[in-house]
Design a protein around this ligand. Structure first.
Ligand code: UFG
Length: 339
């Protein structure tokens, strides 16, 4: 296959690119590098030993992206391009909606013009809003209790994609709802490179382990969970990347939704303890107030992806912490200042 990866230089995209290239697929990355670095693409080429076609372009700009993709051949799209900070989405809602919605409309229009039919969308467990139970399957209602524009933009994108597929029934779509992607490529060469203060738990913990930050703030310890801290389904980024490959291989006309998660939950304190064990570093923390909008537990029921895609997450939280630490310790500044 010739796969166009929108946002392909980012944390998730770069890992998917390696997996696709290693499986013999060709990869075209389109990215505006607003929250990623060209060095990631160079490292993907180095790790896989294969070239990547790189297109520097903002997908939210229809004229520019139509021109940039006019002569590029691809038969499948994995659409990852978008903004992803929940907090920032609350303070800059119009940028979030403009970027996340317009980029999706544009790539779907470009696909129609080029008669490309295979589409995998990077959605999120965030669409489940405030879940009814800790373990969530794909039939759980979406949109209830959503509290931020980032989450709404994922929810809206799912609806837009369904409507476009309805109008173009030959489209083959997979909506992948990610739980909490963590970890890094086992080489430590690519990983999550947050700009500024990390919003998510594992990159924050990694920076505390490295001594870049003083201590982790544990957002609340009075949740209805075994140790009182929030429980999440942390999925190793390589498992997540392999999930995309499986989704691509099983596309058929229509829209299918899959949870990508492990089915196992871990608390904030468990993650801190495991990271400390894997890094051999002390990780100071202090319990602070709960973060607005957080739910106590969110764990995937991944049975549908397991049975229909023949895919399952195989890596443990220990693997994630080990690989995240390797990435962090080899790249203390992320990819900033590289290449
Ligand atoms: N947490 C802390 N301290 C921190 C950061 C997080 O205690 O400094 C806690 C949170 O309260 C939560 C857990 O760690 O209990 C995980 O928080 P993250 O911010 O890492 O992840 P979230 O579950 O809040 O959100 C992630 C992605 C979203 C996605 C969602 C889907 O960031 O994009 O998973 O479940 F929508």
């Amino acid at each position: 296959m010739r796969v166009l990866l929108t946002g392909g230089a980012g944390y998730i995209g770069s890992h998917i690119a390696v997996v696709l290239l290693e499986e013999g697929h060709d990869v075209i990355v389109i990215d505006d590098f607003s929250n990623s670095h060209p060095e990631a693409v160079r490292r993907v080429e180095e790790l896989s030993g294969r070239p990547v076609i790189r297109i520097d372009c903002d997908l939210a700009d229809l004229d520019a992206s139509s021109r940039a993709l006019a002569d590029v051949e691809f038969d499948s799209v994995i659409h990852l391009a978008g903004l992803k900070s929940i907090g920032e989405s609350v303070s800059r809602p119009s940028s979030y909606y403009r970027t996340n919605i317009v980029a999706t409309l544009n790539i779907l229009d470009i696909m129609a013009i080029k008669d490309v039919r295979r589409f995998v969308f990077s959605s999120s467990a965030t669409v489940y809003g405030t879940p009814d139970s800790p373990v969530i399957d794909e039939s759980h209602p979406v949109g209830r209790g959503l509290t931020n524009p980032y989450g709404w933009s994922k929810w809206m994108n799912e609806q837009i994609i369904r409507d476009v597929q309805h109008a173009r029934p030959e489209l083959e779509v997979s909506l992948l709802r990610y739980f909490n992607p963590v970890g890094a490529h086992p080489s430590g060469q690519i990983g999550e490179s947050p700009s500024g203060t990390p919003n998510n738990l594992m990159p924050y913990v990694a920076q505390v382990a490295a001594g870049t930050r003083d201590r982790v703030s544990v957002f609340g310890d009075s949740y209805a969970t075994p140790d009182g801290t929030g429980v999440r389904d942390y999925i190793h980024i390589m498992d997540l990347a392999e999930g995309h490959l499986a989704a691509l291989a099983h596309l058929s006309p229509g829209v299918t939704v899959y949870n990508l998660g492990t089915g196992v939950g871990h608390s904030v304190l468990e993650l801190i303890r495991e990271f400390s064990a894997q890094s051999g570093r002390e990780i100071p923390y202090r319990v602070t107030a709960p973060r607005t909008g957080d739910v106590s537990s969110a764990i995937a029921d991944p049975a549908k992806a397991n049975s229909e895609l023949g895919w399952r997450a195989t890596r443990s939280l220990a693997d994630s912490c080990r690989d995240s630490w390797l990435w962090q310790s080899q790249n203390p500044q992320g990819l900033t200042g590289q290449g």
